[in-house]
Design a protein. Structure first.
Length: 287
């Protein structure tokens, strides 16, 4: 599951790899790549319904989707907003048997020793701290003034390109920059679907108040968890911290290249992580 300012199109390179690697007969599992609630082709609440699409509500919608498609067992994968949803789904819904994420914001109470971090992890911590100081203001604007910003950014394609497009430049790893066509396609998708406004709604629950902590997600400490550590992601989870916080961690891999759009920037490595994780848990959780 994607996050902001992404869409299901982030996974097109990964899907191409699956098409090249497998035939319909040899494909070992079904892959569902949705527009998460409030994004892209996924609608908002029905007209007349005053519903706050919290992560709990969005997770319920996604679980109903999977069950409705005929799956009584599945693995959730997510980054950014999708990581919150995957965590929520695995923590609440029995049908979700395991989850793999490539972003995790630690809670303020989860202070752990820096003595257990490697040099590369310390560099990631330094990068994340710098991003928090100089690159996170957009999130507070999304959370505290979503309607004001929505009207401004949606006023013209150039406004949207300025607000959304620069994230695809700044948040990608400098060793794996995204092409201009990729960036323009991502921004055009938001413009043509007229969904920029709704895509900001989840931030009301994340950053609706500048001093409010990131809300705790109900996570499972028994269902298998996999984590891919991406060096230019905005959050950090060093291996020793992950092992201390999550006794159910069964897969952890640190990467040298990659940013906020991991599946789009490094599809080969991303697919390897997901497939290895699924293989390691498939029999245990009876997928």
């Amino acid at each position: 599951m994607h996050g902001w300012p992404g869409s299901f199109m982030e996974f097109f390179p990964l899907m191409d790899l699956l098409v090249e690697k497998y035939t319909p007969e040899t494909l070992p599992y079904h892959v569902v790549v949705p527009s998460i609630p409030d994004y892209g082709f996924s609608s908002g609440p029905r007209e007349g319904k005053d519903v706050e699409v919290t992560f709990a509500v969005a997770g319920e919608v996604m679980n109903k989707l999977m069950v409705g498609l005929g799956f009584d067992a599945y693995v959730a994968q997510g980054g950014d907003v999708g990581s919150f949803m995957a965590t929520q789904m695995c923590g609440v819904h029995d049908e979700c048997k395991a989850w793999h994420i490539n972003m995790l914001f630690l809670q303020p109470t989860q202070f752990l020793s820096l003595n257990t971090t490697t040099p590369s992890e310390q560099a990631h911590l330094k990068f994340a701290a710098a991003w928090s100081d100089s690159g996170s203001a957009y999130a507070y604007e999304h959370g505290t003034r979503p309607s004001t910003l929505a009207l401004t950014v949606s006023a013209s394609p150039l406004s949207m390109l300025a607000w959304v497009g620069e994230k695809f430049i700044q948040w990608a790893h400098p060793r794996a920059p995204l092409s201009l066509d990729t960036i323009l396609a991502a921004v055009t998708f938001y413009w043509l679907t007229d969904t920029f406004q709704r895509s900001m709604w989840p931030y009301r629950f994340l950053t609706g108040h500048v001093r409010a902590p990131i809300p705790a997600m109900p996570f499972s400490d028994t269902k298998p968890l996999g984590f891919s550590s991406i060096p230019r992601e905005q959050s950090v989870l060093p291996r020793m911290w992950a092992e201390e916080l999550f006794p159910n961690l069964v897969f952890f891999r640190e990467h040298e290249v990659g940013g906020h759009f991991a599946a789009l920037e490094q599809p080969v490595e991303f697919l390897e992580d997901v497939e290895e994780f699924v293989r390691s848990v498939r029999d245990a959780v009876q997928l």
